[in-house]
Design a protein around this ligand. Structure first.
Ligand code: IVH
Length: 706
């Protein structure tokens, strides 16, 4: 039977065909996975799947709840339950040079107050290039498995984890509660065999073992995960009801005894020279290991030290990843495109002749900004010996881990004789407004603001993105479509929340459009309504103000508590002096640049009106103030004299983690002085001002167990 061209299908025909495809494919799945005789050949199966996917692509609102595309094939983002990690899953800071490693170990000595003649041991082990997984066992039984996600919330992949041979289902003689963390990965041999099978079936192949491992773990059908050869190395832990050991290497040995695979190249060393020797040895063995690694991780061995060192916002102070040098390749630069981002930044993107760099095909690379193209860095220093980059040039691409590929060098001997320097546009290619560069800013920006369609669309995409409003059924694709819609446009955030009313008031209803129906339109309106109640931090992050990321938005929200208080504070701080300004600047992580970006957004009449229009549609949930139980929250504390149990840096970090503000001098605003021996004039001044003064032990007793 000849198939109708998809673009010619009516909505009803498409709906009927999707129903038929779903039935046929789901029946085939049961036959296939039930190990009965598959009733469809692989080729026919894949042809049906492709047809199903193509129709869904064309009619996204017709995607069925039981769609075969949700059960096999590409991972479905929203299909997994969410798990909030009992202890955040952190990432690692990076070292690229031996010097970075020496700085890391010296920094730790300084933080802990350990002189160079005191021993300080580290473990060193390969950094596995896979994806991390947290396994929770209670009373010896595996009861939860979660991906890292954003570190706070991951996806529930227990059914899939249970199919991995390296993951023990039961533990003997383990702590009552134990979360074991490690990396899911795929060996090169298994990866090659999997891709060969995919080719045979006419299915999509994977770009590299890490993608294959991620795609396989994040399958809604655990039967598929089971058919994929995943492995697991344990290297860390989360919550524990009892400690595993006193040292990192002891803990790893214990994990091994409990039945986990641990990396055989893990070793303990007493000094930096040996760490780096081990790094070099691992680098030499890298190609022969049979699985991908992208560096070596060093961890402080003594777990008591680890716990004193603690964490920065996303990385531990006690560990670092020493990365292998980036992988390189040469190719031709075909074109330079300019993209306009949500803050108006004009970003040059290199379009390349596709080239494989470290196993991944690269056809785009970032060119940063116009100075970079011209051969200068942010501070005006020459890079690449001052050689500029031109269309038609041979360029050297490098890729390190996850980062976007970059251009490292250019080969002048291959430069075409008729080439000319790249002229960076001075007007926005999207809206023709002037594109300007502020003094000291490396980036040229479109001055069109919200009249620039590119900025507006990007802002809207950000507004609905995952960490922001995250509205089901309203993703980047839909936002783009609605932005250009003549009868039901969404051009600014408030338009999302008036969509339903506007739809009701007009003749051409959403439900009657191609690709939509009453059910899908209602579903979208319901999903939008559901987001009318939303947290302060999400609203602030969603606005997409320059320099205000998710983490800062959350800190600011916790500082001010309520949206109304925050808006008043922004007004009060608008002239960038005085108490309100000082208070804004006092927030941990808020510097002058971010503070200025915040207050500016609220002064500009257009932007302010747009913010008000959307917040009028919302009920914004107050943020919880930090650590209200802590006796030192919001207190101004000063350390003085010699501390004996910890260094100043550690004392300051701990106090700040509990919500205190640490100041360098005693004044009437000081709440507590922590005075060690030799506190001298500060202790005297505190006594004069009648300020509470504690010695180090009383201070520790006060904050103990917090
Ligand atoms: S330790 C608190 N050790 O690298 C630190 N991580 O870039 C926990 N990774 O998210 C991580 N091999 O997925 C650690 N031997 C290793 C690792 C490793 C790979 C991954 C892990 C982490 C990421 C950070």
């Amino acid at each position: 039977m000849a198939k109708t061209d998809i673009t010619e299908l009516s909505v009803e025909e498409a709906r009927a065909e999707l129903a038929a495809l779903s039935k046929a494919l789901n029946t085939a799945n049961v036959a296939y996975h039930g190990k009965d005789n598959p009733d469809l050949s692989d080729a026919n199966y894949d042809a049906l799947k492709q047809r199903n996917a193509a129709i869904e692509d064309h009619f996204p609102t017709l995607v069925r709840e039981d769609s075969p595309s949700k059960q096999v094939g590409a991972p479905v983002q929203d299909g997994f339950g969410k798990i909030t990690h009992a202890q955040r899953m952190m990432s690692l800071g990076n070292a690229f040079t031996d010097e970075d490693v020496a700085d890391f170990t010296q920094g730790i000595r300084k933080y802990l107050g350990l002189s160079n003649d005191r021993p300080l041991a580290f473990t060193a082990e390969p950094k596995i290039d896979g994806l991390s997984l947290s396994l929770r066992y209670e009373n010896g039984t595996l009861i939860q498995a979660a991906t890292r996600g954003d570190g706070t919330t991951g996806e529930d992949v227990l059914a899939n984890a249970l199919t991995i041979a390296d993951v023990p289902k039961n533990l003997e003689n383990a702590p009552e509660v134990i979360e074991v963390r490690g990396e899911v990965y795929m060996t090169h041999a298994d990866f090659d065999a999997l891709n060969a099978r995919q080719v045979e079936r006419g299915s999509k192949t994977f770009a590299n073992p890490r993608n294959a491992a991620a795609g396989s773990l994040r399958q809604l059908d655990s039967e598929i995960t089971k058919s994929r050869p995943l492995r697991f190395f344990a290297y860390a832990w989360g919550v524990l009801s009892d400690p595993l050991a006193n040292t990192q290497h002891g803990a790893i040995a214990r994990l091994k005894m409990l039945g986990f695979q641990t990396n055989p190249l893990t070793q303990r060393f007493e000094n930096v020279v040996d760490l780096i020797k081990h790094y070099q040895q691992i680098e030499q063995q890298r190609a022969a290991l049979g699985y991908d690694i992208d560096g070596v991780v060093y961890k402080v061995d003594d777990l008591a030290y680890q716990s004193r060192l603690g964490f920065r916002s996303t990385t531990p102070r006690w560990a670092i990843a020493h990365k292998f040098p980036a992988e390189l390749a040469w190719t031709r630069l075909e074109a330079i495109d300019i993209q306009v981002g949500r803050t108006g930044a004009l970003s040059p993107v290199a379009r390349l002749s596709p080239v494989t760099v470290g196993g991944v095909v690269v056809s785009n690379a970032t060119l940063h900004n116009e100075d970079y193209i011209e051969g200068r860095d942010n501070s005006g220093e020459l890079i690449r010996g001052g050689r500029d980059i031109r269309v038609g040039d041979w360029v050297q691409i490098y890729r390190a881990g996850d980062v976007i590929p970059k251009i490292k060098d250019v080969d002048l001997s291959k430069r075409p004789s008729d080439s000319s320097p790249f002229e960076f546009p001075k007007i926005c290619p999207e809206c023709q407004s002037a594109a300007l560069r502020d003094v000291g800013d490396a980036v040229r920006r479109c001055s069109g603001g919200l009249i620039c369609p590119a900025q507006a669309v990007e802002k809207m995409k950000h507004f609905v993105s995952r960490g922001a409003f995250d509205i089901e059924g309203l993703g980047a694709k839909q936002v783009e479509m609605f932005y250009h819609d003549p009868t039901l446009p969404i051009r600014e955030p408030a338009d999302i929340f008036t969509l339903k009313t506007r739809d009701a008031q007009q003749l051409s209803k959403l439900k009657n459009r191609d690709g939509w129906g009453a059910k899908s339109a209602d579903k979208l309106f319901a999903a939008i309504d559901e987001r009318r109640n939303i947290s302060f931090a999400r609203v602030l992050y969603a606005l997409g103000l320059r320099h205000v990321g998710a983490q800062s938005a959350s800190l600011i929200a916790r500082h001010y508590g309520s949206w109304a208080v925050f808006v008043d504070a922004m007004d009060a701080a608008s002239d960038q002096v005085g108490d309100a300004w000082d208070r804004l600047m006092s927030i941990d992580g808020v510097g002058e640049i971010m503070a200025s970006s915040l207050v500016t957004a609220f002064i500009q009449p257009g932007e302010r009106a747009s913010i008000t229009r959307v917040t009028d549609e919302l009920t914004i949930i107050d943020a919880e103030k930090p650590d209200t139980d802590s006796p030192v929250t919001g207190k101004v504390v000063v350390f003085s004299g010699t501390l004996e149990k910890m260094t100043r840096a550690e004392a300051k970090a701990r106090a700040e983690a509990l919500g205190a503000k640490v100041s360098g001098s005693v004044s009437a605003k000081t709440d507590i002085l922590i005075a060690g021996p030799g506190a001298g004039s500060k202790a005297k001044k505190a006594a004069e001002l009648d300020i509470e003064t504690l010695d180090e032990d009383s201070w520790l007793a006060l904050i103990e167990d917090l």
